[in-house]
Design a protein around this ligand. Structure first.
Ligand code: GDP
Ligand code: MN
Length: 422
């Protein structure tokens, strides 16, 4: 569904990428967000300097893990909520402890806490870092440039979106070559521009490593905030090193098949249930903000339909491609998904029967109609293979379905019905 080089997709309704990143011109898929501890697993595996960590789901476990870090000589332990939202620190989800008992008390407070609507079920426990400086570094897929872009800022810890708005010049950007990755001179330049001249080798290795992780793992975002200069006691006095203290990663879900290990890192509890159901039913489904539910076969037809809805003054509630050759049960499942969105006020079904047979779709629609718990007006346009049988099935079913001869007519009716219902 991605456009090739030079191609353009003209739909105004097309969902733009859900995550920030100024290159995010087009994203056809739902990205999979990884919890910090999973992202850190992948980063550590790539040889990047991630401090030790463990995961606890009870205060007692947190006590045990913290006690082990203190035994190893840690001066403090940090307890961090594992939820897929930013700003956990501000929300009270990141706390430092000076003893195992204190770590346990923090875990007690954080577990079960609600952060931006998500209940914390796990905490990360790690030796507390003595932070000298916080920086920001991220590898982001820049879809417009068709390259991975490394973004860095000498000011870490703050929200990058705020910084991008207030002081865009404070963000250093460099694009990696698709085959060669980040070049050594680019990595060194980034290090210097972030004021990491004293840590040149380490910083350059981290820059190169982040881009490589993004590429190797098919991630569209690998964000380290903060990348920190951390002070540790050495045999000859204090030593400062660079460490990845926080990690946020999103994966391209279309590439999950290439990474068998990634599937089990997904946190289904924090994904949209509609996304999970769509995947299980093998449907391409993306929720949008409008109130007209669309059921279409074929991605191109789906986009065209969305364009027509917009042109007629309506707003699509979703992108949904039921795929070629969909059987009636799949159609019924798609209908259930559309109806699970309570902002949907009208449904537009646009099927071009080729491999998909009109009668199968019609049967699915009638089945879905008989089971639905919410009555929403439905406009159906089916042409092509077995369209005549489809028309008979819809007619005989007695179900409340508005049929349309042409696509324009179908769109107009759907927009009108959605408007009058609103
Ligand atoms: P976020 O708020 O969700 O981005 O969570 P972070 O892991 O980035 O933590 C927020 C802030 O807590 C960081 O910017 C640090 O200032 C602080 N913090 C996190 N870990 C440590 C640590 O080990 N030691 C100290 N001193 N501060 C920490
Ligand atoms: Mn952070």
């Amino acid at each position: 569904m991605q456009p090739g080089p030079g191609q353009r997709i003209a739909t105004a309704a097309w969902p733009c990428s859900r995550h920030a990143g100024d290159g995010a011109a087009l994203s056809s898929d739902v990205t999979v967000k990884l919890q910090e501890y999973h992202a850190k697993t992948l980063l550590a595996r790539a040889g990047l300097p991630v401090p030790p960590y463990s995961v606890a789901s009870t205060p007692a476990e947190a006590w045990e893990q913290a006690a082990a870090y203190f035994d190893d000589g840690a001066g403090a332990v940090v307890v961090k909520a594992q939820v897929l939202v930013g700003g956990r620190g501000k929300a009270g989800g990141v706390k430092l402890a000076r003893s195992a008992e204190e770590a346990q008390a923090h875990a007690e407070a954080i577990l079960g806490m609600d952060i931006k609507g998500i209940t914390v079920r796990r905490v990360l426990v790690a030796p507390g870092a003595d932070i000298q400086r916080e920086l920001y570094l991220a590898a982001v897929l820049d879809r417009t440039a068709q390259r991975i872009m490394l973004m860095g800022s000498a000011e870490g810890g703050v929200e990058i979106e705020t910084l991008a708005e207030e002081d865009p010049d404070a963000i250093v950007k460099v694009h990696a070559h698709p085959q060669l990755g980040l070049q050594p001179f680019q990595a060194r330049e980034m290090a210097f521009r972030l004021g990491l001249g004293d840590h040149l080798k380490e910083a350059a290795a981290i820059c190169t490593g982040l881009v490589k992780v993004a590429q190797d793992e098919d991630a569209d975002l690998v964000e380290i905030n903060p990348l920190a200069v951390v002070r540790e006691a050495g045999p000859e006095g204090p030593v400062d090193t660079l460490q990845l203290l926080d990690a946020k990663m999103t994966l391209d879900d279309s590439a999950l098949g290439r990474h068998p290990g990634h599937e089990e890192m997904r946190d289904l509890d924090e994904e949209d249930p509609a996304d999970i159901e769509a995947r299980a039913a093998d449907l391409s489904f993306i929720r949008l903000d409008g109130n007209i539910g669309c059921m279409v076969n074929g991605a191109g037809l789906a986009m065209t339909t969305m364009d027509l809805v917009k042109r007629a003054g309506g707003e699509p509630a979703n992108f949904l491609d039921i795929g070629g050759g969909a059987r009636s049960d799949k159609v019924a499942e798609a209908m259930r998904l559309i109806l699970s969105d309570h902002s949907v006020q009208a449904i537009l079904v646009n099927i071009f029967g080729g491999i998909a047979r009109g009668d199968e779709v019609a049967r699915g629609l009638v089945e879905a109609r008989s089971k639905q718990t919410r009555s929403v007006p439905m406009v159906v346009r089916i042409v092509g293979t077995n369209a005549d049988i489809a028309a008979e099935i819809l007619e005989e079913s007695g179900a409340e379905i508005v049929t349309a001869e042409s696509l324009d007519e179908a769109v107009e009716k759907a927009v009108e019905l959605a408007g009058s219902a609103a």
